[in-house]
Write a protein that binds this ligand. Sequence first.
Ligand code: ADP
Ligand code: MG
Length: 502
Amino acid sequence: MGRVLVMLTAAAAVVACSMATVMVRRRMKGRRKWRRVVGILKDLEEACETPLGRLRQMVDAIAVEMQAGLVSEGGSKLKMLLTFVDDLPNGSETGTYYALHLGGSYFRIIKVHLGGQRSSLEVQDVERHSIPTSLMNSTSEVLFDFLASSLQRFIEKEGNDFNLSQPVKRELAFTFSFPVKQTSISSGVLIKWTKGFAISEMAGEDIAECLQGALNKRGLDIRVAALVNDTVGALSFGHFHDPDTIAAVVFGTGSNACYLERTDAIIKCQNPRTTSGSMVVNMEWGNFWSSRLPRTSYDLELDAESMNSNDMGFEKMIGGMYLGDIVRRVILRMSQESDIFGPISSILSTPFVLRTNSVSAMHEDDTSELQEVARILKDLGVSEVPLKVRKLVVKICDVVTRRAARLAAAGIAGILKKVGRDGSGGGRRSDKQIMRRTVVAVEGGLYLNYRMFREYMDEALRDILGEDVAQHVVVKAMEDGSSIGSALLLASSQSVQTIPSV
Ligand code: ADP
Ligand code: MG
């Protein structure tokens, strides 16, 4: 009996010992895996670093590239496109106008009525719809007929609102968010598609003519009277409300900026034919590139797999279309190198499955257990991960978005530098008399809806400019600014009222 007991005790000890060994091994393995993902995160943080010194280099690089793009066609990756807009709306416009806005994710139709005073601006109708993905790879005919039919429905809804004795011709601004070489304020040819659009054989086509043709085919009596880049629309809207507005930036699906430049600085344009002495320049800053940009292996992969590789490098780091996919790529890498996310999810391997809306929802999840993060991960095929893994995901969102926001701030500061509003001119930084109030209009779903992006951007801009200068710079958010502003711009470019007031 005694022997049996000894043997049993010994056996139990062996089992306990080997169980402990297994557990220790498991724990060590777990720790190793955890260390591996922490290492991936650390590498990401290092590769995304944007210290003030680097941001200042970006500011200089942007200002230099802007200059190069103004000197000669093709002189820079920044196209610095002429817009033929030399006068911005000021509030005195009158009439009723329409705008159709083709963004990267949405199209919008609006109708505005202007009564000759800022306060009488009336946005009478707004419609916003997602752009069906199938349209992005369709044909020119399909795309423009779709836009024309949407506009037709919008007009038909007005019914007999226009109780007019004479038929009216409606005037429309076409707000377009892809690069166009303008030939006048109402015409221009597509340079290339961006943001996932890939409709072949359209480069070189006149965009306003395409829309006009589709409207005519449907027998709609609407004149496409202005072709307006979305940033220029936002600048017009900003200027309408505040004449100190000199630049506009869009942070939506993609990103771009425009600003008011002196015509004598636009050296590549021999005969700018402006009366105001200045012209709005569409930078197409999404294509900005500098070897100093903090690029990671995830950016390289994203670019290589995109429809427009080696193009739009800046946009791919700051645009709403891409931030979610960068975050997804980091999570995927972690899940490939360790099993902290469980078995590799096939959903997680799908490009663009994680949208930037979800990134902000995870980043701003304020529940103690990060339930929103858990929910979104579950949608990605990753379930039941411990809290510390959920926290890791929030950190990834933070790193990617912070980099984007800080680079965006450097972009804005670059414009301010180019136009001498960054306080560096003349070395009289502390003299408040010479610092003019400067307003930058900002719009786009990323900026408007992602608080952390906004906060990081504002903070970085203050850091770059310094308090003395930053207090004279106002960043003003404006919802639907691009669409409304395009209608305002059309109004200001018309000398006669074409539709009676309703
Ligand atoms: P468009 O680019 O079509 O003009 P928006 O300016 O509304 O449209 O921008 C839409 C983009 O903004 C979305 O594709 C997304 O990337 C980003 N976005 C919208 N809402 C959010 C959000 N809550 N958090 C983060 N990003 C958002
Ligand atoms: Mg937009």
